[in-house]
Design a protein around this ligand. Structure first.
Ligand code: GSH
Length: 222
């Protein structure tokens, strides 16, 4: 049986969890795994990150690699279009969201979500680089009604976990949501949020966020 290891606050864990649920694949979950550079975790996750998928005989890291594996191994419910060009366009969209938007905005998270500060230089770099990612996203996103076109798919799993984080982090860092110029984003996320599996993953994320906030408050109170 496959096992997804990570935690419910992780956007990348949640992306894979959504793909597993939407594809109807039976899996176990260990939502108590944390990133670590210790040998013990590195033996399971090559970069020490989460998520990791355990399969009989080994582990696989990197959420997109895991999702591609799931597509190949469980083709019954596809999350990519059949047409090679449409499939590549969906992948292009995922790359823009994750590499050119989320990974860029991630440089703000320590400061805006975890009580640190974001150096002015970093803010400037993020603003500059994120503008390019957002421009590319605006060109590629279809909202028809799904992000890559008429059919629901993996690009929607990625968009759902990443766009709200990017919006929230930029609002906190710059006083302006980097996605506010794309008015379709909010209704689109709301539509996805009504899907039962998305509802479940979001509810679990909220519970995890509340637990982290409560632990931080308890630590502060001494
Ligand atoms: N490219 C990786 C990113 C995963 C990632 O950044 N996970 C975060 C948690 S959401 C993590 O493990 N961070 C700790 C670290 O980067 O060392 C993927 O798609 O799986």
């Amino acid at each position: 049986m496959l096992k997804l290891c990570g935690f419910h606050l992780s956007n990348y864990h949640n992306k894979v969890r959504l793909a597993l649920l939407e594809k109807g694949i039976a899996f176990e979950e260990d939502a108590g795994c944390k990133p670590s550079q210790k040998e013990e975790w590195l033996a399971r996750s090559v970069m020490g990150k989460v998520p990791v998928l355990e399969y009989p005989g080994g582990t696989l890291a990197e959420s997109q690699v895991i999702c591609e594996y799931l597509e190949d191994a469980f083709p019954q419910v596809p999350l990519y279009p059949k047409d090679p060009v449409a499939k590549s366009k969906a992948r292009e969209l995922i790359t823009v969201i994750e590499l050119h938007m989320e990974l860029v905005a991630r440089r703000l998270y320590g400061g805006v979500f975890f009580g640190g500060t974001v150096p002015e230089e970093t803010k400037k770099e993020v603003e500059r680089d994120l503008a390019k990612g957002v421009r590319a996203f605006a060109k590629l996103a279809k909202f028809d009604p799904y992000i890559a076109g008429k059919d629901f798919g993996l690009a929607d799993c990625s968009a759902f976990v990443n766009l709200p984080l990017i919006a929230m982090a930029t609002k906190l860092a710059f006083g302006k949501d980097a996605l506010e110029g794309i008015p379709q984003v909010k209704p689109y996320l709301k539509m996805l949020g009504d899907r039962p599996h998305f509802k479940q993953v979001n509810a679990d994320r909220k519970v995890a966020a509340e637990a982290v906030a409560a632990a931080a408050a308890a630590k502060k109170a001494g």
